[in-house]
Design a protein around this ligand. Structure first.
Ligand code: MG
Length: 376
């Protein structure tokens, strides 16, 4: 099943305030359109964006990408039609037509629309009207309307591709939306559950409300790391980026900084992206004796690349000797600098294991770490 998303971003609406249309305005660090487009990641195989002829430079400036970028027409109907025409001959079975001004569409709405298309030629999210409905004129209520059977329409509105293309080709709009175009052509449209958070950015308050709703959906990831290195001959150990004098050294392929390795693995773990051994294979001679800040810097950069900031890390070193206390502050400072964080976000603790086990017998040092990442 080949499913495509058609994002309609050709409108000129500036009711949301500002000098540029609402789909280009900033919502928590990215244009509204970027959020709408990203919502379809993992749901569709093809993405199509319809732009106003004047907006191609704005699109280029975003650095976003889509499989097809199409220039829209003078009306919404014409823009949707232009998008659909450009999508022909690509083997697309189903198309989800979505307003660029709905940046917070929940994943469940998209999957519900897709699921409904298995049994219906059209499907779209709807919210039952719960407020009383009035008529009014010149500031006075003149009557009321029965709200039973009334729904508020949302997007994405999904259709079997051939059916909606035929509906737009044969239709004589203007249509309120694509469901109206489909119904005019006799295409049955099923309703799936809509959500309040799938709001359409129209007025100036909507941007602020969307930003607030996004804040309530913080994406927080937690990862853990564990590492052990054995003692061998030497006169110092590297722990959390600090050279600590000792009567033995930790053995390992790199500098054997067991604390920094645990922290690094905690970050990889939070990202769900492997571990040090995968990113820096011990079989590769270039990492022999490597300073471990290379690994930690890589993990931090990988997190940033995927839109995550590191909120905090907590690292515990488990050993009888050397004594960690005198070096704790320097370790926090070293790791804070490598990670580009303030020291209040770094914790380095130490414990003995009551002379039990390999750490208790002084055969090596173990470390565990936790990292919290927050989508920025
Ligand atoms: Mg290690």
């Amino acid at each position: 099943m080949h499913i495509a998303a058609l994002i309609v971003a050709a409108g000129r609406g500036t009711r949301a305030g500002g000098d540029i249309p609402k789909q280009w305005q900033d919502l928590r660090g990215a244009p509204v359109l970027a959020h709408a487009l990203a919502a379809f990641d993992g749901h569709v195989q093809t993405t199509v964006v319809v732009l106003h002829p004047d907006d191609h430079a704005l699109w280029e400036a975003t650095g976003l990408s889509a499989d097809l970028v199409v220039t829209g027409g003078a009306t919404r109907d014409a823009s949707v039609r232009a998008g659909l025409e450009a999508m022909q001959d690509r083997g697309i079975d189903h198309v989800l037509i979505h307003d660029a001004a709905r940046p917070l569409v929940p994943a469940t709405v998209i999957s519900d629309v897709i699921a409904a298309l298995a049994d219906h030629p059209g499907a779209a999210p709807a919210l039952a009207v719960t407020d009383a409905l009035w008529t009014g004129t010149e500031g006075t209520v003149t009557g009321s309307r029965d709200r039973d059977g009334l729904f508020r329409a949302q997007t994405p509105q999904g259709f079997h591709f051939d059916a909606i293309l035929a509906a737009h080709r044969g239709g004589s709009g203007p249509f309120a939306d694509d469901v109206a175009a489909a119904r005019a052509a006799g295409v049955e449209v099923a309703m799936v559950q809509g959500f309040e958070r799938n709001l359409k950015i129209t007025g100036p308050d909507d941007l602020a409300r969307a930003a607030q709703l996004m804040g309530q959906r913080m994406d927080i990831r937690l990862g853990n790391g564990y590492d052990v290195h054995r003692f061998g001959p030497g006169d110092h150990v590297w722990l959390c980026g600090v050279k600590v004098p000792h009567d033995r050294s930790l053995q390992g392929h790199s500098d054997a900084d067991v604390g920094m390795h645990a922290v690094t693995d905690a970050i990889y773990g939070a990202l769900g992206m492997g571990d040090i051994g995968q990113h820096f294979p011990p079989s590769d001679p270039q990492w022999k004796g490597a300073a471990s800040h290379i690994f930690l810097e890589h993990a931090v950069a990988l997190a940033a690349k995927h839109g995550f900031g590191i909120s905090n890390v907590d690292c515990t070193l488990i050993c009888e000797f050397p004594k960690i206390g005198p070096h704790q502050h320097a370790m926090k400072a070293a790791m804070a600098q490598i990670m580009g964080l303030t020291q209040d976000r770094i914790s380095v603790k130490a414990t003995t294991s009551e002379r039990l086990g390999f750490t208790g017998r002084g055969e090596g040092i173990a470390s565990i770490a936790t990292a919290t990442l927050v989508k920025t």
